[in-house]
Structures are given as structure tokens and as C-alpha cells.
Design a protein around this ligand. Structure first.
Ligand code: SF4
Ligand code: SF4
Length: 181
């Protein structure tokens, strides 16, 4: 929903691929920060940042989880970097039906980078704090723009479950659970 013009903070994580050593500390801390309870476990498969590795050339490319896409897209990206051709969608940020990346391994629910929003707010996102090689750095700037309605993670998760199982099944399960409660 569009609203009136307001000042808003744009959060930017800058990625310097040349500095990334592939240590994967960013994956580790992201998964631990988002574990429930916080820091109770770590599993890079649950991370909202993934480091794509090309072993022959020793290239590491951190990619952040972006928006959930309900359908597979029919136009694919294929990158060539330094003469090495990467597989289709290698650097795409979407959680989509085509591949397993950026999905909760157990539930299949989509993962998206939320910039480590927390209360109280962090000075810098966790992956930036843990990147000791400065491959990730953080910036904020103020911009004037329209206030966008924020979509909660739970809404995105419910939408993906409904796409998979149908709304009726979700409603039936919720009704059953609320009776138990
Ligand atoms: S923590 Fe930094 S250097 Fe290590 S893999 Fe992540 S981005 Fe690369
Ligand atoms: S900013 Fe936070 S949520 Fe996003 S990838 Fe980094 S640690 Fe994960």
C-alpha cells in the first residue's frame, strides 16, 4: 500500500568480492542469530546469506536472500566471470521452487535477509560484524520515499505454505490447533 512521502533509512550492505576469503563466518552467525531461541544452534543451511564458491579459481561470492518467489521464473540468469560459466541462477537472491537455497531445511519455508532487525537495533548486521576481512561493510542513508507496507515474515511463510498445500488445508490445521489451545 502506498502512503505519504516520508524520510526513511536505506540500509546497504556493500560486498567486496575481492576481499572474501570464503570463511563462511557470515553464514554461521546469521543462522545462529535467527535460531529460536537465539544462538541455540547454527546451521549454514538456515542462513540468509550464502557464499557461492568456485574452487578452481578460488572465488567466493556472498549472496543475500531476497524476496520469496511463488513460481519458477522462465527467464534465467547465467553469469560468466573470469571465463568461468556459473550454473543458472547461481547468484539469484530469490527463494523459489527451482532450488533448495534460501529455504528452511526442515519446513521448506522461505528465508529472507531481514538486516538483523531486532529490539534494541544492532549497530551493524551480524554478518558484517563477523566478517573480519571487511568483505562486508554497512552503510545507511536517509532518503525521501513513499512508506511501504511492511510484509511480516509470517505472512510470507503462510503464503508459501498455501501455495504448496492450498489455503483450505492451512485453515483446517489452524482450526484444529485452535480447538486444542
Ligand atoms: S564472513 Fe566475510 S570473508 Fe567470510 S565468507 Fe562471509 S563475506 Fe566472505
Ligand atoms: S544482515 Fe542479518 S539477516 Fe541478513 S544475511 Fe546478514 S546476518 Fe543474516
Amino acid at each position: 500500500m502506498k502512503g505519504e512521502k516520508k524520510k526513511r533509512i536505506i540500509k546497504i550492505i556493500k560486498i567486496d568480492v575481492d576481499k572474501c576469503t570464503g570463511c563462511r563466518a557470515c553464514e554461521l552467525i546469521c543462522s545462529a542469530f535467527h535460531a529460536a531461541p537465539r544462538y541455540s544452534s547454527n546451521n549454514p543451511a538456515r542462513s540468509r546469506i550464502r557464499v557461492i564458491h568456485e574452487p578452481l579459481r578460488d572465488i567466493y561470492i556472498p549472496v543475500y536472500a531476497g524476496d520469496y518467489a511463488a513460481a519458477e521464473c522462465t527467464a534465467r540468469d547465467k553469469y560468466t566471470i573470469d571465463g568461468k560459466e556459473y550454473e543458472e541462477c547461481a547468484f539469484c537472491r530469490a527463494s523459489c521452487p527451482s532450488r533448495e537455497i534460501f529455504k528452511e531445511p526442515d519446513s521448506g519455508l522461505p528465508l529472507k535477509c531481514d538486516m538483523c532487525e531486532s529490539d534494541p537495533p544492532l549497530i551493524e548486521p551480524m554478518c558484517v560484524q563477523w566478517c573480519l576481512d571487511d568483505a562486508l561493510t554497512y552503510e545507511e542513508r536517509e532518503e525521501e520515499g513513499e512508506e511501504e507496507e511492511k510484509i511480516e515474515e509470517i505472512e510470507i511463510g503462510l503464503e508459501s505454505l498455501a501455495n504448496k498445500h492450498g489455503w483450505q488445508k492451512i485453515m483446517d490445521i489452524v482450526a484444529r490447533m485452535s480447538k486444542k489451545g
